[in-house]
Design a binder for this molecule. Sequence first.
Ligand SMILES: Cc1ncc(COP(=O)(O)O)c(C=O)c1O
Length: 389
Amino acid sequence: MKLASRMSQLGTETAFQVLARAKALQAQGKSIVNLGIGAPDFRTPDNIVEAGCKALRDGYHFYTPAKGLPELRAAVADDVKKYRGVEVDPDCVMIVPGGKPTMFFAIQIFSEPGCEILYPNPGFPIYESVIKFMGATPVPIELREENGFSFSADEVLARITPNTRLLIVNTPANPTGGVVPREELDKLVEGLERHPHVVVLSDEIYARMTYDGLEHASLLAYESIRDRLILLDGWSKTYSMTGWRLGYGIWPKQLIAHAERLQINSNSCASAPVQVAGIEALRGPQDAVDRMMAAFDERRKVIVDGLNEIPGFSCVMPRGAFYAFPNVTGTGIRSKELEERLLNDVGVAILSGTSFGRFGEGYLRFSYAASTEDIREALRRVRECLQPA
Ligand SMILES: Cc1ncc(COP(=O)(O)O)c(C=O)c1O
């Protein structure tokens, strides 16, 4: 058997491995507190579940158009108008199975040997993995704690070369919970006007998940780059629908046909009944989202306060998503070793910052998509693990 050499370039999302290990340990009877996975722990709201079940009973079991059901694409356009204040043409919306396909397609469209793609580091690991897999050169943009894990627009712009094809931005961010301030986006867009060859993929899957009244600033709102901006969003996080697999991309007019062709060559379309459930999610009551965010906010404070009490840890307050990203350099232990020790010695599943790129060394990612009791128990176990013998 001779595999394509690019297979050796494909990375992974360690969260799935840690989850598998945590489940295996649980199956052996070990008590595990799982703060490793990036999925809200709430049930999908009942009205959405019911809409999906009804769709199956009503006969939604065929292929849909590759770009998705027209009613759902219209609902997405209305949602974008409501939450981002931007008019988009439903014809430029493509529904996909989850957030990842938009990312995969965008990177595929622009990658070939010799071209460069800028992406956040620490950041969602799939960016770097797919860039390498497609034979392009990944150019990391370091996100620093002292900048609240935002980037500096000047630094991003300085890394653009004639070979740069795509810039990936993620705000609010995984794994840091960082949010890029509006002023920094203004500066970035102003600079991008001097680089018309650079397309932007804005991963805004955590757009509805901000705290302290902070309003999400969307790159879609900038008219001057609209014709080269791909927006990624989806239902996984906002509506606690990770396992349903539903997301969307908003594509510039000149790219949508390419994206559609990639969809036809891979998924055909997103699942029909799931798309109907997606309409209910967007058009139905939003109070479940508000309740979930209120719970995340409470847990955010519990976890950050608790992490800051652990000797050797210091944690900035995340402003979005549901991750805390403490600096653990004060422990003198490398991130990966801490990940292993916490899982094996005291049964706490979290992720090493290095799962999100090399600039994640010195950090751990705690997902606070878990009950407050679980969070308190995890904090107690971390303290126990780090106690001097
Ligand atoms: C930044 C970011 N983008 C995209 C995704 C992918 O979302 P989905 O599970 O809907 O494919 C995730 C999931 O964790 C994420 O954190």
